[in-house]
Write a protein that binds this ligand. Sequence first.
Ligand SMILES: *Cc1c(COP(=O)(O)O)cnc(C)c1O
Length: 352
Amino acid sequence: MSSSAHITHSPSSRLSETATETAQFGTVFSDHMLIANYENGRWGEAEIVPYGPLPLPPAPSALHYGQSVFEGFRAHRTLDGGIALFRPRDNHARLNRSAARLVMPEVPASLFLDGIAELVRLDREWTPQREGGALYIRPVYFAIDESLQVRPALQYRLVALASPVGPYFAGPVSLVAEERYVRAFPGGTGDVKPAGNYAGSLLAARDAQEHGYQNVLWLDGMERRFVEECGMMNVFFVIDDSVVTPPLTGTILPGVTRDSVLTLLRDMGITIKERSVAIDEVFELRAAGRLSEAAGVGTAATIAPIGRIRYRDQEIDLTPLGSDSILERVRVKLEAIRTGREADRHGWLMYL
Ligand SMILES: *Cc1c(COP(=O)(O)O)cnc(C)c1O
């Protein structure tokens, strides 16, 4: 097998079953990481090195001006004993859309996909065996120019880390519809994944937590009326017999999970409506008994049922998803495809 990245082996594995089983999301990392640098107008060779600190100049423009974008996807153990990445090409394409928005050079597909495949092959033992577990892959791509000039940098670094994650057991999430702060606005960066989008959302999330809720139900930036996302996840509702999610009009992140859920719902013959949903409508439909389920969807949690929503002085309780719920059925199907138990009809898996 020819290897795409130059590998420097770690002296010994830090793998510990108990540490990876009990760790919180994204706090444990595998033995190696992938690194590639861009300078003089071209990408250098990718390298796989032992996980550890990276030298940086004191003034990397990523830190001063936020020229940094990231991605997240998973590798799963499959029924046949192999390991497969889930839709990594979609994440690569999205990384390049994020990069283009921040005037950063494209990351070649071969560098990204072959490099990460090599990293996961090398650290394959870190992929959890247990049902619902996965090796979460975190690529981050940022400017390392040592300069305080506000202009697109000339030097960049791509780093990819692998972090074992357990099944996501948290119960239904409680949310506050946020009216003061917005996550995204037309013409902004809400439809791509720059690091700064997350920093900008922390205060609203902390306020929600101080009021006893877990996260924020984001409303649109223009009218503070239409539901856009839920925490850092896309949002889905089951209304009457159809599934409703806000359309991708530029302020919503095009989630790979969102797309997977929509594709599977179509396969299941369920009606999908990509349309705007006003927060008032959510409350009215619930009162009328027409809104039966809601969930946040994203790579980390897959499909997280929404339990409560607060808006001004009103609150609704949404029944947790039972096994006959539409969104729970999709979650089970998605997990079956990711782990090779159900046919991969859409070519989502990249086997290593
Ligand atoms: C990453 C992200 C999502 C989920 O995208 P997936 O590709 O499904 O993981 C949703 N909303 C926001 C704001 C995000 O940054």
